[in-house]
Design a protein around this ligand. Sequence first.
Ligand code: SF4
Length: 112
Amino acid sequence: MQNGLCGVACACTGVGDTGPSLLEAHVADWKNRWEDNAGGTAVISGKKVGFFVDKECILCSVCSDAAPNNFRMSDAEDHDICYKQPDSDEELSQCNEAMENCPVEAIGDSGE
Ligand code: SF4
């Protein structure tokens, strides 16, 4: 085991890795989302977004660090959730950063 880009112990080696990796292993699945996500959608600068966390979350806190106004640990303390959709360009940017940096791709955007 070694640490890849995200700092989580796993089999990936980060940049340049051509083998199996957590970064390629999963795409967030709206049907597998946690029920305690805020849900809903928001429109920011003409873009509709609807962030959610699915049940692949490993509770690493990357998202709540990147977007503290939108992601936090669930009340059950065993996964993170999107507790509020973004309501500004700054929050949208932070949510996108959280989604891009989630090490297991547990964050999705159902807004299209
Ligand atoms: S970044 Fe991904 S794995 Fe980490 S707490 Fe957030 S949703 Fe869970």
